[in-house]
Design a binder for this molecule. Structure first.
Ligand code: IVH
Length: 692
């Protein structure tokens, strides 16, 4: 008998372990990496299943299970105080999550457990990330992310860039301390503009405004945060001696104090009223400037809220209702293949147009060959297209009947052969220039290696070179570049500097005036600083920020050209792959020829000497830990000095550490570890002498 029971139990116990692992990973990908892998609904279904199973197997209780705590957005470096970008602070009141519901029945179930005649406040559920604002004597003193619910990152410098968040409340009727919680959001318009910019720079796009807001809030450059244009809505006031006896009154008070509170708040007295509110906002939310993904229902009376209390993860006095993701079935007419600036071939689904969340969708990315294989889709299939909280439509699966009524698993013989050989419809040759494609081991993408001869790569490189964040040459847009390429005027970035007034003016649509503008833009680009020139060259994986970091260490192209991969790896953010790309770039004679022509044209191949300009390479290849307090420079300045001299600042001591830049009161743990491993310590003076 026992055996029979254990045979039944074992798979369920395994399932508990598997679900815990899957949900932990999903939490990490959602909160830390900003790359959600499960839809909210899938996540909730798996979480419920885990809760059920854990209730059946109490002996498997584990306080670390995802059922026992909320996901965490703490920055990954949280254990390493010395290099942590934000201060981690304990919340005064835990920041909990909300239980989700998806139907009238689930809302009815929840209402049934509340005192009869209860008032329910309905609010929009904003789809951004939660923030907790602390006000002391009217002054904003902290702005914490949710983190793991117990402690969060203080991102106040970034929060202060949000115009609707007051830095100071000048009133004498406010308590000494209060906290306002709300949601930080990137409005749709800003999100689309940001993604457009990223597309132009071939940087990965944000899947939705929530991810974009989260990525933005964790930036370390508040000016960039300000430029992106975050906004915030506040929805919950906490503290002692606060005015009012209901949640609704508290929000009205917060509004009076100058906080940005949504107008879409309604006190409801029945489930019918709640459902009417939901029905209204499910349509109307499409006209809002920010993303919403549901409705939040809260018990209005604060005394009743207190009585109802909390579970480990959520308040019992509130629940979220999630809007269903919009999903439609349509015909996959054709798969086309797009070649980008770096030669990556991206499959694109061309669909029979459908209406989704107010926009017409006719194209969706299929990412790469593995994605097509995992969904097992091909032209003629009927596919599900979804647009949940995400602006970029996704293909999430296929229907088993093809448009002709055949079953997709009765694929034609040749297709089956293709599949069984592990190949899909993916082309083997570049759709633009016919060169055989290559797939770099470890990468998902197929690439056309014909950098210098493949038209979209040639044009893409020129477009990148002239783009706003690179050489910023006005007047040379995509169409003009295409025209000049067709007419044989442009083949590479150096050709730009050989363009003549008469050649440009002779083109259709371009008169003398436009030609002069273009030439003025080209002339002005000769003043663009070295860091941006380096970015403009379009070396694979060298984005704007990496280029800046490299240019700070290698202050001229001549020094960079001779840097080894090992030396390059010592620069912050430069890993082996980027280092190899840089080395390869300078090994290619065609690039050297182009660089020579750019130099003759007068491009800035040398940086300005900065106050922290380094004696390049003195610290090349060295990993240096900074510990303790200093008198001559700040920690940040020492970090810059290390990087400017070719070294790498690392957070923790290991056997790879070259030395420790040790100030006063060095941490005892670091000191012990350094002694154990025999890592030398250098004082401020010794360090400054080293780098002169
Ligand atoms: S109330 C203790 N109200 O939804 C409950 N949350 O899925 C505090 N959210 O972590 C939250 N709009 O980030 C509340 N009107 C609203 C909201 C809202 C969005 C977020 C919040 C919360 C998450 C739970």
């Amino acid at each position: 008998m026992m055996d029979l029971f254990s045979q039944i139990e074992e798979p369920e116990r395994d399932e508990i372990r598997a679900l815990r692992k899957e949900l932990e990973e999903a939490n990490y990908k959602y909160y830390v990496l900003n790359m959600p892998t499960l839809s909210d609904r899938e996540f909730d279904e798996k979480m419920h299943r885990l809760q059920d199973l854990e209730a059946r197997y109490p002996d498997m209780f584990d306080p670390k299970s995802p059922t026992q705590h909320v996901g965490s957005d703490l920055s990954r470096k949280s254990k390493d105080k010395s290099s942590k970008p934000f201060e981690t602070v304990r919340h005064k009141y835990p920041m909990l999550s909300l239980a989700n519901s998806y139907s009238r029945e689930e809302i009815e179930d929840w209402v049934r457990k509340l005192p009869s005649g209860v008032e329910i406040v309905c609010e929009l559920k904003f789809d951004g990330l939660s923030i907790s604002l602390w006000y002391e004597h009217g002054q904003l003193v902290r702005a914490l992310t949710r983190g793991d619910g117990v402690q969060g990152d203080d991102v106040i410098a970034n929060i202060k860039t949000i115009p609707s968040i007051p830095w100071r409340i000048e009133r004498n009727d406010i308590p000494d301390f209060f906290e306002l919680r709300g949601e930080v959001l990137l409005p749709w318009e800003r999100f689309e503009a940001l993604n457009k910019e990223r597309e132009e720079q071939e940087e990965p796009l944000f899947a939705n405004p929530r991810n974009a807001a989260s990525g933005t809030l964790k930036l370390q450059d508040p000016r960039e945060v300000a430029r992106r244009g975050l906004t915030a809505y506040l929805y919950y006031m906490l503290g002692e001696n606060l005015p009012g006896t209901t949640h609704y009154e508290r929000l009205a008070t917060a509004r009076e104090w100058g906080f940005h509170i949504s107008d879409a708040i309604k006190v409801c007295h029945s489930v019918d009223e709640v459902m009417a509110y939901i029905a209204y906002w499910d349509t109307e939310r499409k006209n809002l400037p920010v993303a919403t993904d549901g409705i939040v229902l809260k018990v209005n009376n604060l005394a009743q809220q207190e009585e109802l209390g909390y579970t480990a993860k959520t308040p019992r006095w509130a629940i979220a209702y999630k809007f269903p993701a919009e999903k439609q079935l349509t015909l996959l007419k054709e798969i086309t293949y797009q070649v980008g600036r770096t030669g990556v071939v991206t499959p694109v689904a061309n669909l029979e147009p459908i209406q989704l969340s107010g926009t017409i969708v006719q194209r969706a990315t299929l990412h790469n060959e593995d994605f097509i294989k995992s969904l097992d889709i091909r032209p003629g299939d009927r596919v599900w297209v979804e647009k949940g909280g995400e602006i970029i439509p996704k293909i999430t699966g296929k229907e088993n009947l093809t448009a002709e009524g055949g079953l997709t698993d009765e694929r034609s013989c040749s297709e089956t052969v293709l599949q069984s050989e592990g190949r899909s419809f993916f082309p083997t040759k570049c759709p633009e220039c016919g060169t055989p494609l290559v797939r770099i081991p470890g990468e998902a993408a197929w690439r056309c290696p014909n950098e210098a001869g493949c038209p979209p790569q040639i044009k893409g490189k020129i477009e990148h070179f002239v783009s706003r964040k690179a050489m910023n040459i006005d007047g040379l847009g995509e169409e003009t570049i295409d025209l000049f390429y067709q007419k044989g005027l442009l083949h590479n970035i150096a050709d730009i500097y050989d363009l003549k007034l008469e050649d440009i003016a002779a083109q259709e649509r371009l008169g003398d005036k436009s030609a002069q503008n273009i030439l003025a833009g080209i002339e002005a680009s000769k003043q663009v600083p070295w860091a941006r020139v380096l970015f403009a060259l379009g070396i694979r994986m060298v984005g704007e920020t990496t280029a800046k970091k490299i240019a700070r260490v290698y202050t001229s192209i001549d020094s960079l050209q001779w840097a080894t991969a090992e030396q390059l790896c010592a620069i912050e953010d430069v890993g082996p792959q980027i280092a190899e790309n840089i080395v390869k770039y300078f090994e290619d004679l065609r690039n050297l020829e182009i660089l020579d022509r750019l130099r003759q044209a007068g491009i800035q191949f040398e940086g300005e000497a900065s106050p922290f300009r380094g004696n390049e390479g003195v610290l090349a290849g060295q990993s240096i830990v900074i510990s303790g307090t200093f008198t001559q420079h700040s920690r940040d300045e020492y970090k810059t000095l290390i990087e400017a001299n070719g070294g790498k600042n690392v957070g923790s001591v290991s056997k790879k550490t070259s030395f420790i830049l040790a100030g006063e009161n060095m941490g005892p743990e670091k000191l012990k570890k350094a002694e154990d491993l025999g890592i030398p310590l250098k004082t401020e003076d010794e360090f400054l002498k080293m780098i002169q």
